[in-house]
Ligand binder design. Sequence first.
Ligand code: HEC
Ligand code: HEC
Length: 308
Amino acid sequence: MRELKILAVIVVLTLITYWGVEPFAHSQMHPHHEPATFKYDDLPALTKKGDPKNGAKLFMNAGCVGCHSIKSQGVPAPMDAVSASASYGVNPPDLSMAGALYDERFLASYIKNPAHAMKLEHKFNQNRPFPMPNFYGLGGDIDQEVADIVAYLKSIAPKEVKPKEAFENACGRCHNMRYDKWTVIGEKPKFKNDIEEKEFELKFAKYEANLKKYLGRIPPDLSMFIRSRGEEYIRDFVEDPQKILHGTAMPRVGLTKEATYKVIEHIEKVGDRKKDKRNSLGVWVILYFAIFALIAYAWKQKIWRDIH
Ligand code: HEC
Ligand code: HEC
């Protein structure tokens, strides 16, 4: 009987400690912030209806192709990722999917003033210009021209973007994902020999050094973030990093709601491959402990019976 009482006391104390600590730890790790709305309504709405044909011409004439590839349209990258990072700090992304990934209101503002749309004006200004220049128009109505470029990007974008593609296009120029063999300079290839591997590592190291110079620090590998932060945190952080890490160099990338969930789906798949398995395993672990406790109890009874 005494043992049962002791057991009861231990169980109660453990539960109190658990309930006391868990919600507290939770509130510390996830301070409250407004959830994502994906409206980007601090930026002006598009007022003009874009013409994709004219947008295609403007895209060429405005010099976008000087930095960006559009592989789906046969527009090649002007330079490799490492050289691009030496010039711009980061490799300008391929824009084949931009129209499907980014909110159109965001895109229009971004083209006119990237640092403003990304909320990075505390890092980039007159003294330290953002690597992508503002677009000041090519002589016509600038709002019409911007709407045309946005319409062009939307017209060439695929109807459906895969989760992995969404991640690689929107985040992959800054973030590695080791567990998926993704590096900031692309998929890690299978190496034929040591020299190939060393060459790849050298390129990777150069790119990361440029990235660090550009952003002030190397962005974290995102393989395990889904476990430490969870889906909601990542969603709200991506929608507006400044809201959560004030002063951070991580840009607001302007993803649509759908694209954000695609990205998260990929991060979750890579970081938590065993989620379902783990959940079903839980039952067996508890069962194991229950049986183990019974055996331990029976054993203890037997020993004490002999002693008394
Ligand atoms: C001098 C090089 C340069 C030129 C010219 C340039 N860009 Fe960029 N662009 C960049 C760089 C660098 C980035 C990535 C910046 C970052 O992630 O910090 C970028 C990013 C982008 C993005 C991704 C934005 C996001 O939210 O992730 C889009 C879309 C884009 N550019 C469109 C354009 C369009 C349209 C033009 C032509 C009007 C253009 N760019 C001209 C260098 C350039
Ligand atoms: C232009 C580079 C750049 C791009 C593009 C970018 N990030 Fe980041 N990201 C950063 C930097 C820099 C940090 C480190 C921020 C800090 O600690 O202040 C960061 C940090 C993070 C963090 C960690 C936040 C924390 O609490 O520590 C997450 C999660 C994240 N990024 C997700 C994403 C996702 C998802 C995407 C694509 C939708 C993305 N990032 C695109 C540069 C980038």
